[in-house]
Write a protein that binds this ligand. Structure first.
Ligand SMILES: Cc1cc2nc3c(=O)[nH]c(=O)nc-3n(C[C@H](O)[C@H](O)[C@H](O)COP(=O)(O)O)c2cc1C
Length: 212
């Protein structure tokens, strides 16, 4: 793995835990991969536009090779984001939990990169749509933070977690199957419990920096 794309989803700056934890991973990973290329994509503090009808019409245009110029323009941002994703081998997403899902800027990024004909394809089998992922050989790490607790696998609130689980599904859909999740939980609870959770997340991230 010699290139890494970091997507920052938190609207917060210095107070963001996902941002701080992501930096712990990036510092350790870059120390192990001198000369590796790091690209950052900010979608939290500088949200990208949500997809609209022009995007949908252009993305699903029946003859992509003959797409009119104005439709090509409507896909310019999506193309840029997809190209960026394709160019990097390792993807790190800093993804806060917002209302059981992810911040809308990060969701917009997902909507732009899950792109028919570029990151997934649709074929037909007896009139039923079949989906094929188009990406291969990439890995991803999701660094998440939650105000509450128990959202991890088997936790009391696991059924309410539509944050890292949504990202895992979307990434798998386009062919990124190797996805790790590191979470800090309980920002809104007792500060010692949250500090312990962050410390555990940091240890996990340092371990992953040596393996990814
Ligand atoms: C608008 C908003 C919605 C949130 N929704 C949830 C939620 O559904 N569940 C939860 O556990 N925490 C929730 N939180 C708390 C955040 O997940 C927590 O503060 C997290 O650390 C934010 O990530 P960041 O520190 O990188 O900004 C919410 C926070 C905000 C501001």
């Amino acid at each position: 793995m010699s290139s890494i794309l970091a997507v920052h989803g938190s609207p917060r700056g210095e107070r963001s835990h996902t941002r701080r934890l992501t930096e712990v991973f990036l510092d350790a990973w870059l120390a192990r991969h001198p000369g590796a290329e790091l690209t950052r994509r900010e979608v939290g503090r500088a949200p990208i536009p949500h997809v609209g009808e022009p995007f949908v019409a252009a993305a699903f245009y029946p003859q992509p090779a003959a797409r009119p110029l104005h439709m090509q323009a409507d896909l310019a941002l999506s193309d840029e984001l997809v190209d960026e994703l394709l160019e990097h081998q390792l993807l790190v997403i800093a993804a806060p939990m917002y209302n059981f899902g992810i911040p809308s800027g990060l969701k917009a990024w997902v909507d732009h990169v899950v792109r028919i004909g570029r990151t997934f394809a649709i074929t037909e089998d007896n009139g039923v749509a079949q989906y094929q992922p188009l990406l291969r050989g990439k890995r991803a790490l999701i660094v998440t933070s939650r105000g509450g607790h128990g959202f991890g696998p088997g936790g009391v609130n696991a059924a309410f977690n539509h944050a890292d689980t949504l990202l895992r599904s979307a990434l798998g859909f386009i062919g990124i199957e190797d996805v790790r999740v590191v979470a800090a939980e309980g920002e809104e609870s007792d500060s010692r419990a949250f500090q312990a959770s962050c410390a555990a997340a940091e240890r996990e991230l340092l371990g992953l920096a040596a393996r990814l």
